[in-house]
Design a protein around this ligand. Structure first.
Ligand SMILES: Cc1cc2nc3c(=O)[nH]c(=O)nc-3n(C[C@H](O)[C@H](O)[C@H](O)COP(=O)(O)OP(=O)(O)OC[C@H]3O[C@@H](n4cnc5c(N)ncnc54)[C@H](O)[C@@H]3O)c2cc1C
Length: 383
């Protein structure tokens, strides 16, 4: 199908929404992004974009071979929590390197590419619902304004307002895990950029450098049941963070000692959506498949979604068929990756004899561990 001149509304200006908007615009569609926030900004957090996400960013022309502001990773070091003893080193995946991005930088790259391509981006535009008509989607904004388009894409994140239109009301499940995130100034310019995953009973800390290694990104996750706030922007107390991870020594302990500002949120899980589309409206990114951050794949999956969506538009005779083909292709993949992230939630937090046994196994197979996930990193949605 030729989508040149067709109207699309994309709800949400996050990584998934902007990538989809850009991809559709590059095929000639008239695209409007409706973003509830008054500015496209994101504070202090990093993103690892593995080869399966990078291939889409390159195909869209968002980044070139140098990956712009991305920092090429040389792999991951697995450590034990007490003294930071190295358990194993995971090399660069065979599919190609992962890059570390400051989330604000990646959003900025996508935003600029979308604007250059002619996507209309409307900020402060919150969408309340999308109505289905035989030949159109009608998007209803909180302001009362209504927009008609041939197709609406809801990329409105893990707490999507639009998902219940297709799936009814679903109660999210609390995972009894709480994540703290912080960035601290760093001076690692002379070091080889690597992520560290430090594992202890019921807790783990992931850290990796950003930009020119002048920042260190930290995500610390603990099993805990007394905090159930889901939003990303709740401020935490750095001393509370340190107290909760006081047994973490070595490099993880050193970076936690430097945290001055921290946010925390409870991790909730919603299943991969049962219904992704109704012929005029489709879910994309976290709205369709929220995932725990333990495979670092949420944004990568959203990028894959964007490419598969336009490929379906290319291949199918109409919007309805294209959305059905998109759903059929994406749902099994999303389910597999989300399940892998869930499994890591358990693997990272082992205690007692299980932990020692797992570490012994990791020290042997660790260098080859990356290959276990070749099916994730080696997936090329653009092929
Ligand atoms: C701690 C942490 C670490 C992570 N690390 C990684 C990583 O290393 N690699 C990786 O690939 N992924 C990672 N992820 C996952 C990744 O951040 C998400 O999967 C990704 O941001 C999803 O993009 P999205 O566009 O679907 O949704 P979002 O980024 O949530 O964007 C949704 C947008 O929609 C807007 N919106 C919401 N409702 C409405 C509405 N009603 N009307 C209009 N606009 C609306 C929001 O304001 C927002 O801008 C991580 C997540 C967390 C929490």
């Amino acid at each position: 199908m030729n989508i040149n001149g067709l109207k699309f509304c994309v709800i949400g200006g996050g990584i998934g929404g902007l990538a989809a908007a850009l991809a559709l615009r590059q095929r000639g569609a008239q695209v409007t992004v409706l973003e509830q926030a008054s500015a496209l900004t994101e504070v202090g957090a990093g993103l690892q974009i593995s080869a399966n996400g990078m291939v889409v960013l390159r195909a869209l022309g968002v980044v070139g071979e140098t990956a712009e502001t991305g920092l090429r990773s040389a792999g991951t070091v697995l450590r034990d929590y007490r003294k930071g003893r190295v358990i194993s080193r995971i090399a660069e995946p065979a599919a190609g390197p992962t890059y570390y991005y400051h989330r604000a930088d990646l959003l900025d790259l996508l935003h600029k590419a979308a604007e250059r391509a002619g996507v209309e981006i409307r900020l402060g535009a919150r969408v309340d619902e999308v109505l289905k008509h035989p030949e159109a989607a009608e998007v209803v904004l909180s302001s009362g304004e209504r927009l008609r388009a041939e197709c609406a894409i809801a990329a409105d994140g893990g707490r999507s307002t639009i998902r219940p239109t297709l799936n009814g009301t679903e109660a999210p499940e609390f995972t009894h895990q709480v994540a703290w995130r912080a960035t601290i100034p760093w001076s690692g310019q002379s070091e080889t950029p690597r992520a560290s995953l430090t594992m202890g009973p019921g807790r783990h800390v992931v850290s990796y450098p950003l930009r020119d290694q002048s920042l260190m990104n930290i995500v610390a996750v603990e099993e805990r049941s007394d905090w159930r706030e889901e939003g990303w922007r709740h401020r935490g107390d750095p001393n509370d963070l340190r107290a909760r991870f006081e047994e973490f020594g070595g490099p993880a302990g050193e970076i936690l000692a430097k945290v001055e500002e921290v946010h925390l949120w409870a991790l909730f899980l919603r299943p991969v959506a049962q219904n992704w589309q109704n012929g005029r409206l489709a879910l994309l990114g976290d709205a369709a498949h929220p995932t725990l951050p333990f495979m670092a794949q949420g944004a990568c999956l959203a990028l894959e979604d964007a490419w598969v969506l336009i490929r379906a538009m290319d291949d199918q005779p109409g919007v309805t068929q294209a959305l059905a083909a998109y759903e059929a292709k994406r749902r099994p993949r999303a389910r597999q990756v989300v399940a892998a992230a869930n499994a890591n939630a358990r693997n990272f937090h082992l205690g007692g004899p299980m932990r020692l046994a797992a570490q012994a196994a990791l020290s042997v197979i660790g260098p080859r561990l990356g290959r276990r996930y070749d099916w994730i990193y080696g997936y090329d949605a653009t092929a």
